[in-house]
Design a protein around this ligand. Structure first.
Ligand code: GDP
Ligand code: MG
Length: 201
């Protein structure tokens, strides 16, 4: 019998790397090139079947807070996974990843699943090679994808690939004999009846 899993994912990275566009592409399969930063999606949900299990994601966008590096502990709390995004056409956003890793280590749960995303791979003017991105991810034991929020390339793979790893760990935690259909672990939240809404605190 399928079980229900609810995972919180967060998206972090420097301003304008394409975090909001990645979320919009994943949720609605659209790309809006000039959306207002203040109109970032902020929060979205998506449900799908993975390995025969019902998975629902609660995905949090930074809502522009990264501009002031004022993302607080409450944003990270309860997150099972994080997409750590840089822009392949702006090298400083790749170099800035170290600071984000420090935040993830400081505020995230110890078994947080992290996927590094090199975004805007549709652009010809890249400053960071794929190899460099891959090496950074490997050194930190993170997953890695190059994506384009514009064309949609690898966007599903990044979100669903992250979910797949979280799910494997959650299934292991539940065990095959467990009769309950909800998993309660620090990094896996119990679904609210009716779904949606809620706050990241
Ligand atoms: P955020 O601040 O990280 O949320 O970044 P946004 O999602 O607001 O995107 C910043 C800018 O990058 C916008 O002008 C987008 O149109 C552009 N952008 C985002 N993703 C891509 C992409 O994959 N390819 C290209 N060419 N532009 C992108
Ligand atoms: Mg944004």
């Amino acid at each position: 019998m399928p079980q229900n899993f609810l995972f919180k994912l967060i998206i972090v990275g420097d301003v304008a790397v394409g975090k909001s566009c990645l979320l919009l592409q994943f949720l609605e399969r659209t790309f809006v090139p000039d959306h207002d930063v203040t109109l970032g999606v902020e929060f979205g949900t998506k449900a799908f079947v993975l390995n025969g299990q019902q998975v629902k994601l609660h995905i949090w966008d930074t809502a522009g807070l990264e501009t002031f590096r004022s993302i607080t502990r409450s944003y990270y709390r309860g997150a099972a996974g994080a997409l750590l995004v840089y822009d392949v056409t702006r090298r400083q956003t790749f170099e800035g990843l170290h600071e984000w890793v420090q935040d993830l280590q400081k505020y995230g749960t110890p078994d947080l699943v992290v996927t590094v995303v090199g975004n805007k791979c549709d652009r010809p003017d890249r400053q960071v090679s794929r190899d460099e991105g891959e090496m950074f991810a490997r050194e930190n034991h993170f997953n890695f994808f190059e994506c384009s929020a514009k064309t949609g390339e690898n966007v599903d793979e990044a979100f669903i690939g992250t979910s797949r790893i979280i799910l494997s760990a959650a299934e292991e935690a539940v065990g095959p004999e467990e009769p309950d259909d909800d998993v309660v672990k620090p990094e896996v939240e119990k679904p609210n009846n009716g779904g949606g809404g809620g706050c990241p605190c």
